[in-house]
Design a protein around this ligand. Structure first.
Ligand SMILES: Nc1nc2c(c(=O)[nH]1)N[C@H]1C(S)=C(S)[C@@H](COP(=O)(O)OP(=O)(O)OC[C@H]3O[C@@H](n4cnc5c(=O)[nH]c(N)nc54)[C@H](O)[C@@H]3O)O[C@H]1N2
Ligand SMILES: Nc1nc2c(c(=O)[nH]1)N[C@H]1C(S)=C(S)[C@@H](COP(=O)(O)OP(=O)(O)OC[C@H]3O[C@@H](n4cnc5c(=O)[nH]c(N)nc54)[C@H](O)[C@@H]3O)O[C@H]1N2
Ligand code: SF4
Ligand SMILES: [Mo]
Length: 694
């Protein structure tokens, strides 16, 4: 029996992995304050992942562009990849090769992947799927506080709060054990849908505010307006601990609740009720999730929620705060160690000369040889295989054929590449298109560290032996780097050695891991970064914010409409998100029989009147059509839904991909795509009502 953490989300529930006596493995919860001894259904069934019948155990390669993938030996695969990369680079320069990472990778993998791109390939072209996930909240957090840590306080603080506002987070499905910390506070849930979390709030006397998708910014301004009218501003705190209130207020002054109601559809009385709850709470928290953030105005929207939190005096006040709920298993650590286009380890900026000098000295290279910032994820995908874009892509830990916005454009871009290399443990929809597939170890088969939503550094421990034939991501990077002429010692395959180097590279940076020694990590799981001296920082901002003047900054923001407005042809707004049983692109959970059976197919949640208007009834297959494409989903008639809005989960493949319809518009600051709002129409699918799956 080995104690480790869940393969999936950022809550990183602790679990024991043990043999089931029949060659398989089971999981059960282990004590851990964050998960309170709980696991969700995905955690309980995670043992089945280790036994996936189509687990990859040998490298695959296409002998010619259109030929099928065939098993080959590791040396053949790695020699081929390194040879092609070197040739492309010689022909077209280092930026001809691109790298795409993921927020599920351990800290060690994220770090080595960033170093591999900058040192072994010398390319600026690296980004990762966290761009699709956390980037707007990260950008807004940096703007306001000078640092970006999802929750700047432990999850257990929430249980002591009097009121918690959850904006665009459906934690009852996306982090179920977190609900255990939310039974005491009054809940205000902001979600266009009557989500499972909204139901829970209503059941215990809380509030559900259901704005039109993409209008949270106006709602936050409306609530702030009402807070001021209620006399709820924290004047002393605003004076002593912040700057910029007056400029921010100038945009807010016109958003009295009745005007906010016109834009958002949330009744003015509910806006005032929310303001009263927050202003009257001794301790309160505001938390944002992807519903507020995944918009072309996502950064400003998060800034508006942070402004509200600052006006109430919450951040840095003991027992209160603002936080963003990170998403992927290592959503936090994955954004600190350099797989982001503009970043070096320790959350340093790649365009900062001092940061370049520090990291180059740890890497033993000339700072001048480090590339500059590259393209953001969505822009990188658009550039693949174009005249001045990369001709090769190495992909670790993402499945963009399913999860990238406007997914219909992704496969043609991948097909235009000279070389697509995917490292995965299953043949994901993206791996299916690769020229070379490298089979890697997964979660319980490897050691490493993960940083959960509280900035808490955890140990992922090896609990089972990997199947014969697979290698770890670190071994893959090591093998490629050596073939590209770097020394093996520069790219260690041992996670402990990588952690030691990561600690040195992060030292003195915002996300300082230098005190995260193996001994310290082994002792207890309560080490929150920054931890320069090994003591850790569970709560940030108690004495001051990270900006040089120690103050938090209000940001002057105003409402903007979504990139795409509904019209006569596309009269509805579609928003997208998650269900309990599936994880992300579904590459993993669609392979777990229990989870696949629970949610076997795509659905579209739609108000019964809206369905009827489109000639549809509950249970019928519909086509959901946007300007970019169409997807198929079974109608789930939902009386609690807004009549102008439909919802689709994005976990399904092929013709059921929600991302076939999503908008590729980007937030100007974070480059976050607008996953959460696009204009659509519904129509019956051809074989409507037959009950057949497409
Ligand atoms: N079961 C499960 N859990 C997961 C994951 C998973 O795939 N499956 N993924 C993990 C990851 S990576 C992430 S990022 C997190 C995400 O966790 P959440 O942010 O909780 O997940 P979502 O379902 O994407 O979005 C939350 C809610 O936003 C609402 N929403 C849509 N548009 C808007 C809007 O304009 N405003 C507001 N206020 N709300 C809106 C949706 O209706 C939805 O209920 O979950 C993590 N946990
Ligand atoms: N419409 C819509 N689209 C969305 C979202 C949305 O709300 N709506 N949410 C966005 C968000 S928040 C996110 S985080 C993304 C996530 O979307 P993806 O980036 O596609 O995430 P996953 O499905 O987790 O893909 C991970 C892949 O890597 C593999 N993998 C897992 N661990 C490892 C590892 O350690 N090493 C290697 N080499 N491979 C590994 C898995 O088997 C899987 O194939 O989707 C985004 N897309
Ligand atoms: S809540 Fe997240 S970490 Fe916990 S068991 Fe479920 S998927 Fe795993
Ligand atoms: Mo995410």
């Amino acid at each position: 029996m080995t104690r480790t953490h869940c393969p999936y989300c950022a809550l990183q529930c602790a679990m024991h992995v043990e043999s089931d006596g029949a060659g398989g493995h089971t999981t059960r919860p282990a004590p851990f304050p964050t998960s309170r001894g709980g696991l969700c259904r995905k955690g309980w069934s995670a043992g089945a992942l280790l036994a996936a019948p189509d687990r990859l155990t040998t490298p695959l390669m296409r002998p010619a562009k259109d030929a099928p993938l065939r098993p080959v030996g590791w040396d053949t695969a790695l020699d081929h990849v390194a040879g092609r990369l070197a040739a492309l680079r010689a022909e077209r320069g280092p930026d001809a090769v691109a790298v795409f990472g993921g927020g599920g990778l351990t800290n060690e993998k994220s770090y080595l992947l960033g170093k591999f791109a900058r040192v072994a390939l010398a390319t600026s072209q690296i980004d990762y799927n966290g761009r699709f996930c956390m980037s707007s909240a990260a950008a807004a957090g940096l703007r306001a506080f000078g640092i970006d840590r999802g929750l700047p306080f432990p999850v257990t603080d929430l249980a002591e709060s009097d009121a918690v506002l959850l904006a665009g987070a459906n934690v009852a499905e996306t982090m179920p054990p977190l609900m255990g910390h939310l039974s005491a506070p009054r809940l205000i849930v902001v979600d266009p849908r009557r989500s499972a979390t909204a139901e829970r709030a209503l059941a215990v006397g809380g509030l559900h505010l259901a704005p039109r998708p993409g209008t949270d910014l106006a709602l936050a301004l409306g609530i702030l307006h009402a807070v001021r009218a209620e006399g709820g501003l924290a004047h002393g705190y605003i004076e002593e601990r912040t700057t910029g209130f007056d400029a921010a207020w100038r945009h807010c002054a016109g958003w009295w609740p009745e005007r906010a109601e016109l834009t958002t559809g949330v009744p003015a009385a509910d806006i005032r009720a929310a303001a009263r709850i927050l202003a009257g709470a001794g301790r309160a928290h505001i938390l944002t999730g992807r519903g507020s953030e995944q918009h072309a105005n996502g950064t400003d929207t998060v800034s508006a929620w942070i402004n509200l939190a600052l006006a109430l005096g919450l951040p840095g006040r003991p027992g209160s705060g603002y936080g963003c709920l990170t998403g992927q298993g290592n959503g936090q650590g994955g954004r600190e160690h350099g797989q982001k286009a503009d970043q070096l380890p320790g959350y340093r900026r790649i365009d900062d000369p001092a940061a370049r000098r520090h990291v180059a000295s740890v890497w033993g290279i000339d700072p001048g040889s480090l590339p500059g910032p590259g393209r953001s994820a969505s822009e990188l995908i658009d550039a693949l295989g174009t005249a001045d874009g990369p001709g090769a892509l190495l992909l670790f830990g993402s499945n963009p054929v399913v999860s990238a916005p406007g997914a219909g454009r992704v496969s043609p871009r991948l097909a235009a590449l000279d070389l697509l290399v995917v490292a995965d443990f299953v043949l994901s929809e993206t791996a299916e298109l690769a020229d070379v597939v490298l089979p890697v170890t997964q979660w319980a088969e490897e050691d490493g560290t993960m940083t959960n939503l509280e900035g808490r550094i955890l140990r992922r421990r090896r609990a089972v032996a990997p199947p014969e034939g697979v290698r770890s991501d670190l071994e893959v990077l090591h093998g490629l780097a050596v073939r590209l002429g770097r020394s093996g010692a520069e790219f260690p395959a041992d996670p402990g050695t990588v952690l030691a180097e990561l600690r040195a590279a992060s030292a003195g940076g915002a996300a300082d891991y230098s005190g995260a020694t193996p001994e310290r990590l082994a002792a207890e799981e309560a080490l929150h970064w920054p931890c320069p001296d090994g003591a850790g920082t569970p709560r940030l901002f108690l004495d001051g914010f990270t900006h040089p003047d120690g103050r938090a900054r209000f940001t002057a923001v105003d409402h903007r409409d979504t990139a795409e407005a509904p019209d006569a042809d596309y009269p509805l707004v579609a928003t997208t998100g998650r269900v309990l049983a599936h994880y992300q692109s579904g590459a993993q959970t669609r392979r777990v029989p229990e989870l696949a059976a629970a949610e076997p197919e795509a659905f579209v949640e739609v108000h019964p009147d809206t369905a009827a208007h489109s000639g549809l009834v509950d249970g019928q297959w519909a086509r959901v059509v946007s300007r970019r494409g169409a997807t198929e989903a079974r109608v789930r008639a939902t009386p609690g839904a807004r009549s102008d809005t439909v919802f689709l989960p994005f976990h399904f493949a092929a013709g059921q991909r929600a991302n076939l319809i999503t908008d590729t518009a980007l937030d100007p600051v974070s480059r976050m795509p607008e996953f959460k709002a696009c204009a659509v129409r519904l129509e019956p699918r051809e074989r409507a009502g037959s009950g057949e799956r497409p």
